[in-house]
Design a protein around this ligand. Structure first.
Ligand SMILES: [Mn+2]
Length: 306
């Protein structure tokens, strides 16, 4: 595991020094399902361990924050959106990408280059992860693992993006955590797909955070035809004071991933994926104030009705 990830892990675990004892303490903090995933050899998981946790250090307290929904390689629309925000707020803005910056649209490399140029933060989406997983296999000359979880399986497009990406672009995606805690005044966090309201923040799994759409009982599922939208369950949990202790002060969840649901602006959650790549809009929210800004998008992918 690269050293920066270890450092992030130990910072999260509040283990003061990188040591064998620290590593043991860390492993006991990981949930059983995460350990199983590691043990099964899904290789991207090892790279991801260090990114499971929040990079609070990346977020300045005194700068407006702009969270951008799923870009999916739509570089023209991203540039238009940033131009509108720059005209309104100037350059002293901290951008956060809510995941799925890459794949489907025409400009994955350009979008990541723009994020690097902006010194933007990010959370990792399932498509970003699929590119990282592809690169992992390519670097080691390994065949694709056919048992990857639903929503994280590799398609040709992820494989090709990974082959074409520079080391800098890959590194950018690698350092995107699964959860990003916002500065305290916003009382929220950013995640790609959603959170499982029945569990603590510390016990969320990478698969849930990157792929979930609904809750079926206490299970997060990546599909919409069973169960209820996870954010409905979350809203009820917040309203009834039923969230885990480590979510307190982080009640408003900003997320992407749910293109077919478009903007979902609820008291304790805001869905920002307005389906740019299939000809919808690219949307951002400005904090403080929760102002939504959108641009219309060309059609890059035809949505297949399932
Ligand atoms: Mn997604």
């Amino acid at each position: 595991m690269p050293l920066p990830y270890l450092r992030a892990l130990f910072r999260w675990a509040q283990v003061p020094a990188v040591s064998h004892l620290g590593l043991i303490a860390l492993m006991t903090l990981l949930s059983a399902s995460q350990l199983t995933w590691v043990a099964n050899g899904s290789p991207h998981n090892m790279e991801e361990l260090g990114s499971l946790y929040m990079r609070e250090d990346l977020l300045p307290d005194d700068t407006p924050v702009v969270i951008i929904g799923d870009v999916h390689g739509c570089i023209k629309e991203l540039n238009q959106l940033i131009e509108i925000i720059t005209n309104q707020l100037g350059d002293n803005v901290h951008y956060i990408f809510a995941g799925d910056m890459v794949a489907k649209g025409p400009g994955s490399a350009e979008v990541v280059a723009k994020a690097i140029e902006l010194n933007a933060s990010c959370v990792r989406g399932n498509h970003d992860q699929r590119v990282l997983t592809s690169r992992y296999f390519q670097d080691r000359n390994l065949p694709i693992d056919p048992t990857l979880p639903s929503g994280l399986g590799i398609k040709e497009t992820h494989w090709e993006i990974a082959q074409a990406f520079s080391p800098e672009a890959i590194h950018y995606l690698q350092q995107c955590p699964l959860v990003l805690k916002l500065p305290a005044q916003y009382q929220g966090l950013v995640v790609h797909a959603g959170v499982n309201p029945t569990k603590s923040l510390a016990n969320q799994t990478p698969v849930e955070l990157m792929t979930m759409r609904n809750m079926l009982g206490d299970q997060a599922v990546p599909i919409m035809k069973e169960g209820r939208p996870w954010f409905d369950v979350w809203e009820e949990a917040v309203a009834n004071n039923k969230i885990a202790v480590d979510f307190e002060g982080l009640e408003r969840i900003y997320y992407g991933h749910a293109a077919s649901r478009r903007i979902q602006d609820l008291p304790s959650s805001l869905g920002l994926d307005s389906a740019c790549v299939t000809g919808g809009q690219l949307t951002a929210v400005i904090l403080p104030g929760n102002q939504l800004v959108s641009v219309d998008c060309d059609v890059y992918e035809i949505k297949i009705q399932k």
